[in-house]
Write a protein that binds this ligand. Structure first.
Ligand SMILES: Cc1cc2nc3c(=O)[nH]c(=O)nc-3n(C[C@H](O)[C@H](O)[C@H](O)COP(=O)(O)OP(=O)(O)OC[C@H]3O[C@@H](n4cnc5c(N)ncnc54)[C@H](O)[C@@H]3O)c2cc1C
Length: 408
């Protein structure tokens, strides 16, 4: 597509303007997926990973980052004087985007033509219309914690919590597959308020218990060792330590493409590891509540080290086969052969190849960035094995809204 990216304002002044690709710091989830998608190394982060910015000297406008962004923060452009783009240092200092430029008494438009901006990939065609950012960093919603329970074995190192928030008497609504932003209290080492952290919503739109207005999150407590000292993740530890009755400041809902297709003919394949199970759980809950019993059962490929370190395994095993086909991949279980989700998919490579070509088939991938990349490499391998040109197929899957990836 030929996208105009240069204008000369009509005010007698011959200054040239070019379009600069930016990231909106207010809605950026700081997940790093745009950085992983950019082959030019144009996306930079600060030491605390609280800001992601685009280096104008390296950005080649390939827009590979657009398909990776969950929050649309990456869909931001501004017209700036040619040769004087915002530097990465300037961008690191922003809490909000700068206002439109005023030059010679004329406001420079943010973009030349909204319709000609690259869009990134869409949601599934039959997904419900999402509301996004009803609550923002400037105007968060205080929400009460209903319950907070550890769901992994207490003897294991993996501490995952099922945390239920109560949205009674609020106008916060959500769809399966959306995220919520959480604002932890306090400031970072630079004196900035902590930026929001995103968490996938684990309950269907109808609430954790049907009609309850309660929403579950699935949060893993992050404890890393850095230079021999423990580092406690700011938001995950804050959330995992909350007690019933406490309140938490929330933003959102966030996300407009990782959404469940509503067409009953849709075939849905969900691939996840770790807390990537959260949005898949919301899909399963919704599938159980949808009245049309002609729906095709959901397929779930769920990876983890052992069952004791994975959230919701018992619950998933109780779901009837008419709703869910569950495939667990355990990588450290003494009782099972070592398996990653990729191994399970590879064993079904003929089925996968058929699935990739079915217009009713949708693939959802959620979890660690490395798992997402490994699954994508595997899908490319399966496609090549079946003489399906992967580049075209990949493009088609994304642009028909049939491939959704949310990794962090
Ligand atoms: C779309 C999306 C959905 C998500 N869904 C979920 C979900 O459902 N469940 C879930 O558990 N998570 C989810 N996440 C991840 C979540 O947003 C957080 O990134 C995660 O909880 C870690 O945040 P934290 O504040 O605890 O850790 P942070 O404090 O942000 O630290 C993260 C890492 O940065 C490094 N680090 C940062 N500062 C320092 C420092 N001063 N010294 C040393 N090391 C440092 C450490 O390696 C640390 O592990 C999601 C992310 C995205 C983008």
């Amino acid at each position: 597509m030929n996208i105009p990216n240069q204008i000369t304002p009509d005010n007698g002044n011959d200054m040239q303007f070019v379009r600069q690709h930016l990231i909106d710091p207010e809605s950026c989830l700081c997940c790093g997926s745009c950085e992983a998608a950019c082959s030019e190394g144009a996306i930079q982060t600060d030491r605390l990973m609280q800001r992601y910015v685009i280096d104008p000297a390296k950005c080649n406008n390939s827009h590979a980052c657009l398909d990776a962004c969950s929050s649309n923060a990456i869909k931001t452009w501004q017209m700036v004087p040619a040769g004087k783009p915002y530097s990465i240092e300037e961008q690191f200092a922003w809490d909000v985007l700068p206002p439109k430029l005023e030059i010679g008494g004329q406001t420079v438009p943010l973009v030349l033509d909204e319709d000609e901006l690259p869009q990134g990939h869409p949601a599934p065609a039959s997904a419900s219309e999402p509301v996004t950012f009803r609550y923002t960093q400037q105007k968060p919603l205080a929400v009460r914690i209903e319950s907070n329970v550890r769901v992994t074995d207490s003897a294991s190192d993996t501490d995952i919590h099922h945390i239920v928030l109560d949205f009674q008497n609020t106008d916060f609504t959500w769809l399966e597959g959306q995220n919520i932003g959480v604002l932890p209290p306090g400031e970072d080492a630079n004196g900035h308020a902590h930026h929001m952290r995103a968490y996938s919503i684990a309950s269907s739109r109808g609430g954790e218990a049907a009609g309850s207005r309660q929403m579950a999150l699935t949060i893993k407590r992050v404890i890393d060792v850095q230079d021999g000292k423990p580092y406690y993740g700011i938001a995950s530890n804050y959330m995992c330590d909350l007690k019933p009755g406490d309140t938490v400041r929330c933003i959102g809902p966030i996300g407009s493409h990782f959404l469940m297709p509503q067409d009953p003919a849709s075939r849905i394949l969900m691939i996840c590891s770790g807390t990537g199970i959260a949005p898949m759980r919301s899909f399963i809950q919704q599938q159980q509540r949808m009245s049309n019993n002609l729906r095709v059962p959901l397929q779930l490929f769920y990876g983890g080290r052992t069952e004791a370190e994975m959230a919701y395994v018992d619950e998933l095993q109780q779901v009837p086969e008419t709703t869910l086909a569950l495939h667990l991949a355990l990588s450290r279980s003494p009782a099972h052969p070592k398996r990653y989700v990729q191994d399970l998919l590879w064993e079904r490579s003929d089925q996968m190849a058929e699935f990739l070509q079915d217009r009713n088939a949708h693939i959802f991938i959620c979890g660690m960035i490395a798992m997402g990349q490994a699954v994508m490499n595997l899908l490319a391998e399966i496609a090549e094995q079946h003489q399906l040109p992967w580049e075209d197929l990949h493009h088609k899957l994304l642009h028909e809204g049939r491939l959704q990836i949310e990794t962090y």
